[in-house]
Design a binder for this molecule. Sequence first.
Ligand SMILES: Cc1cc2nc3c(=O)[nH]c(=O)nc-3n(C[C@H](O)[C@H](O)[C@H](O)COP(=O)(O)OP(=O)(O)OC[C@H]3O[C@@H](n4cnc5c(N)ncnc54)[C@H](O)[C@@H]3O)c2cc1C
Length: 292
Amino acid sequence: MAPHHLGELAGLAALLERLGDRVTLLDAEAARADVRSPTYLGGLRIHESGGLVDPAALLDGLARLVDRLGVRRFDRSPVAGLRRSGAGIDLRTRSGTVRAWRVLIATNAFPSPLRRIRPWVLPVYDHVLVTEPLSDGQWASIGWAERQGLTDNGNQFHYYRPTADGRILWGGYDAIYHFGGRVDPAYEQRDATHELLARQFFATFPQLEGVRFTHRWGGVIDSTSRFTPIFGTAHGGRVAYAVGYTGLGVASSRFGARVALDLLRDEPSELTELAMVRRRGVPFPPAGRWWR
Ligand SMILES: Cc1cc2nc3c(=O)[nH]c(=O)nc-3n(C[C@H](O)[C@H](O)[C@H](O)COP(=O)(O)OP(=O)(O)OC[C@H]3O[C@@H](n4cnc5c(N)ncnc54)[C@H](O)[C@@H]3O)c2cc1C
């Protein structure tokens, strides 16, 4: 943490309070009394909003819910292209064509079948480490009694959280772009980034020196030039899209889905009139885009 981050935290606290959140600014002593790290110069405690989500459990729950509602799901059926057909849209997959009345594109950082939105979304890799389970003594050495989710507030930031089985998940910082905007499972492992993350972990918690990391992975996030999602329609309003959560979409993709559904209804709503929905920001320059 750098001294200039303290002013940013105060600004963020004022904004969150204005939006109705209960927050507490912490000085270095109070922050370290909560979670013991020599790198902390202060902190911001956000009391009620936010929470920790197991993404796999969330996905399973959503799948069960749509099944109960009678929705037909086609997993592992990438859409390679789409085109207008009568009043609807034909979606081309490897095993056949699906005809849809309306289409919502929510393809995250993966190459979108709607090619025109690709310049707005840059695939960037984000990496994660998970420690072995910590002993009671190791947990006592860092405090963190309430096991809340933590993040630091640099431009390149870490996020870290305890797992249900007593480990620490530690990720973020590096944001790795691969030439041409390529997305490939091979990029999910990157020694240099995982080693950097490990060094930064032990700088944050030197009292855990010697702890082993048992899991490491990475994933691709859909960055936009303004760091917030973009929305819009195509093919005469038959297709809507919501992409570009820039690594923060677990909760906000619910908002994005509501926006895209309103766009597909083709009736102005409170959401469709928002400036962030009506404007898309600027696309990324073409370097390396030509072979996507
Ligand atoms: C390592 C890592 C850590 C993260 N941590 C956080 C965090 O702490 N908090 C947070 O809010 N967010 C986090 N994120 C980001 C979060 O996961 C995403 O923002 C969120 O999942 C976006 O939701 P989505 O529905 O837009 O995309 P996804 O959940 O990725 O769903 C997109 C779906 O579209 C499918 N798809 C793609 N292309 C096609 C195609 N051509 N045809 C058919 N289907 C297609 C994909 O298979 C996928 O199922 C993290 C991401 C990574 C990689």
